[in-house]
Design a protein around this ligand. Structure first.
Ligand SMILES: Cc1ncc(C[n+]2csc(CCOP(=O)(O)OP(=O)(O)O)c2C)c(N)n1
Ligand SMILES: [Mg+2]
Length: 332
């Protein structure tokens, strides 16, 4: 498929979407400090261009699966952000009825398959989703995301091997944000070109600038087209950066403020805003209106989450898998 044109409407959508994701997560951080959100909280701030560029390459019905930095992906796919905030608050109105929490977003309706806390756990599952589509003769593609820290897991290599053997319609996306918790990529391997791990499987692979949604889109469109046309998987190493700590309690001794500032200078929201201003796609007033709309929506999410109820005690026993005729447990 020829590359889609990146029009004024696309830039304006990218701007509003990425701003929403950024502000939504800033609000999550504030709510965490107030102890309204508990447990772990891993923020995506800085990595938004990866999602924005990817979504533009996807067709309706294409699937997405990722690790625990997973709050904004379902929103991008069309899920109601109020339900995502409610899930984070542990409320009944959340996407998993308040029983999943921050690391386990899920939205079958919008083809988002989690939300996985075990590093690398989602990689074979992503290939499985793609296998299902291929088996059923559907022309959907699965985008399977992981961090740089996941690629040394055995499951990653086993999955790449089988996905390539069976030419599964899947794109493996390594969001290389430079660190796995406090450990840099440079400290864990003798080279930093993670994309080269695809070469051993003869899988099409390459590095991508993850701070620019245009660059992400272009690589993703090529990979998605290949998968849809029966050409099998692609491995993309998307080079990005997370501005916040790994989770909420992270003193960040492993990096300098200068390093963070260097990446913030090429912030994806800023890049897109500059194009909008240069090309006069929106006036200052129109941009302010977008900012206000985003702010209002985020506040509405918090109001919805706060006003929702916690699950009832008996909800603990719902959605639990039971097999009544399981032969190996008897009551006597
Ligand atoms: C199998 C497993 N080992 C260890 C952990 C603890 N752990 C949680 S996140 C993480 C770092 C992963 O980093 P990366 O894959 O780069 O993702 P990022 O957090 O940078 O998005 C580790 C080691 C875990 N959750 N699962
Ligand atoms: Mg990482």
């Amino acid at each position: 498929m020829p590359k889609k044109k990146i029009t004024k409407a696309v830039y304006l959508k990218w701007y509003e979407d990425m701003l929403l994701w950024r502000k939504f997560e800033d609000k999550c951080s504030a709510m965490y400090i107030q102890q309204k959100i508990r447990g772990f909280l891993h923020l995506y701030n800085g990595q938004e261009a990866v999602l924005a560029g990817s979504l533009f390459a996807m067709n309706k019905g294409d699937k997405m699966i990722t690790a625990y930095r997973n709050h904004v992906q379902p929103i991008g796919l069309g899920e109601d952000p109020r339900k995502i905030m409610a899930e984070m608050f542990g409320k009944k109105t959340g996407t998993s009825n308040g029983k999943g929490g921050s690391m386990h977003m899920f939205s079958k309706e919008h083809h988002f398959y989690g939300g996985h806390g075990i590093v690398g756990g989602q990689i074979p599952l992503g290939a499985g989703l793609a296998f299902g589509d291929k088996y059923q003769g559907k022309d959907h593609v699965t985008l399977c995301y992981m961090g740089d820290g996941a690629v040394r897991q055995g499951a990653f290599h086993e999955t790449l091997n089988l996905a390539m053997l069976w030419k599964l319609p899947v794109v493996f996306v390594i969001e290389n944000n430079g660190y796995a918790m406090g450990t840099s990529v440079a400290r864990t391997a003798n080279h930093e070109d993670i994309w080269k791990l695809g070469l051993g499987y003869e899988m099409p692979c390459g590095p991508v600038d993850g701070m620019d949604p245009v660059k992400v889109y272009e690589s993703m469109q090529e990979a998605v087209d290949r998968a849809r046309e029966g050409g099998g998987p692609t491995l993309l190493e998307v080079r990005t950066y997370r501005y916040k700590g790994h989770s909420m309690s992270d003193a960040q001794h492993y990096r300098t403020k200068d390093e963070v500032a260097q990446f913030q200078a090429k912030d994806p929201i800023l890049i897109v805003e500059n194009v909008i201003k240069d090309k006069k796609y929106a006036t200052k007033k129109e941009l302010e209106e977008i900012d206000q709309r985003v702010k209002d929506l985020v506040n509405e999410c918090v109001k919805f989450a706060e006003e929702s109820d916690f699950p009832d005690p008996e909800d603990l026993f719902k959605n639990i898998y039971t097999q009544e005729d399981y032969p190996f447990i008897t009551n006597n």
